[in-house]
Each structure stands twice: as C-alpha cells, then as structure tokens.
Design a protein around this ligand. Structure first.
Ligand SMILES: C[S@@+](CC[C@H](N)C(=O)[O-])C[C@H]1O[C@@H](n2cnc3c(N)ncnc32)[C@H](O)[C@@H]1O
Length: 234
C-alpha cells in the first residue's frame, strides 16, 4: 500500500537520516514483550476492539506485533524514510506521513499507541497538547491511548555514551551521545550517528623517494536526532 503524505517538517530530516540504521540500533528491543505490556494495560482499562493507530510508528517495529495479533492497523510518522522501511516490512498496512501534532482524521480507533519515546521529541507543552488533541480526535468513543516516555536514566546512559557496532555484512554504525552521566531533569539531549562500509586501506609502500600513507575515513557525522526533553525520573 503506498504511503500517504499529509504533513511533515524539518525535524523529520533527522529521522530520515537515522532510518537505515534504526533496526540495527534497536535490535535489542523486545517489541513482543512491549506489545504484551501495552495490551495488558489497555485490556485492564476495558479495551474491546481491534483497530489500532500506531502514532510515530517508525520502521514498523511497534505495529508489526499488533498485525500478528489480528489488529486492523494504521501507522503514521513524520519521517518518510522511516515509513519506507515500514512499508517494506508491512506492505499491506496503511501508512500515513503525518506529524503527530496535526494528525488528519484517520479513523475512530479502539487503541492509539505511541511507543518507544516519540513524545519525548516534543519539547514544549504546546506541542504535547497539540499531539494529545490530535490523538483524541482519532479515538473511538471508548478508545484508549497508551504511550511511554523516557526517564532521566536514558539521558544519563544511551544519550551520554558513544557506541560503535558492526553488522554481519561489515557496515559500521557509530553513535555519539552528547548528554552527560549526571544530566538533570528537564535537560535536552542530542546524539549523532553515522554508518558506512569501511574502505580498504591502500597498501603503503616505502619507495626510495617517500613513504605513502593512504587512509580511509568514515563519512561525515550526520545529525540524527535533536532536541529531546526528559521526563522527571521517579
Ligand atoms: C524512537 S522512534 C520509535 C519508532 C517506533 N514507534 C518504534 O517503536 O520502533 C521515534 C519515532 O518518532 C517519530 N517522530 C518524532 N517526532 C514526530 C512527530 N512530531 N510526529 C510524528 N512522528 C514523529 C520519528 O520519526 C521516529 O520514527
């Protein structure tokens, strides 16, 4: 199913850059367990139906387990590159390019999810209000919404560390977190990422005239995610 374009702004550019690496970066995330947790919460509050809107669905990892459980799913995200990955993995799913602060009328859903910190990217109260208004407008009369938020710990760990990993096919992914281990509540965090296939270093030879050193360098760092506001840790 083709991706429908509704809205988008410059913040999506950071996620567009991150999209090719996202699944490798989150390979340790247990979406099956998260889904069971979301469903347990929703059912304990009376979830009855099977229609789902996954807001900020990214590359589809947060909606695919719901498809497997028989839900009728629509996904939306503000990054076209993230949605392109989702469309590849869930080709029958309706995917909409839309900012969560100004969602169009997509339906009346029994459940609206927003999983793995998308709300943390909304750094002002007015943005949060706009997002919840948009979500509310897409809920069925007895519909429910379930979302998560990062705690301060994420800003003191994931966003404070550098990390380099290599995929099976040799691609190297580097992450640079610019937060600090003692980040305070209310901080904003920033991280940079890059990915490339390392180029082979040319052999160096010592000739009578000179020593030739040829090295390769990973391509420039690209900013992948910008402002995040932390929730207060409890
Ligand atoms: C960490 S990813 C989570 C993706 C997916 N829910 C998952 O669990 O894998 C955060 C997602 O939020 C999306 N996002 C950030 N701000 C957004 C906004 N204002 N409107 C819609 N999507 C947004 C990004 O494009 C990205 O795909």
């Amino acid at each position: 199913m083709p991706v429908t374009r509704v809205a988008g702004d410059d913040t999506s550019i950071q996620f567009d850059a991150f999209a090719p690496h996202y699944d490798a970066f989150t390979s340790g995330s247990d979406y099956e367990r998260w889904t069971e947790c979301v469903l347990a919460h929703a059912r304990s509050h009376g979830l009855a139906g099977q229609t789902l809107l996954d807001v900020a669905c990214g590359t589809g990892n947060s909606l695919i387990p719901f498809l497997a459980r028989g839900f009728d799913v629509v996904g939306c995200d503000s990054s076209s590159a993230m949605l392109a990955e989702a469309a590849r993995k869930a080709p029958q799913t309706q995917l909409v390019l839309a900012d969560m602060r100004e969602l169009p009328a997509l339906g009346r859903f029994d459940l609206v999810t927003c999983i793995d910190e998308p709300l943390n990217y909304l750094a002002t109260e007015s943005d949060l209000v706009a997002a919840f208004r948009s979500i509310a407008a897409n809920l069925a009369p007895d519909g429910l919404t379930v979302f998560d938020l990062n705690s301060l710990l994420t800003y003191r760990t994931t966003f404070a560390h550098d990390d380099v990993s290599e995929s099976d096919d040799g691609r190297v992914f580097a992450w640079r977190g610019e937060s600090s281990g003692d980040a305070e509540p209310g901080c904003e965090a920033c991280a940079w990422s890059t990915s490339s296939y390392p180029r082979r270093m040319a052999r160096t030879t010592v000739s009578a005239a000179a020593t030739c050193n040829v090295t390769s360098r990973a391509s420039g760092w690209s900013r992948c995610s910008l402002t995040r506001s932390s929730s207060r840790s409890r």
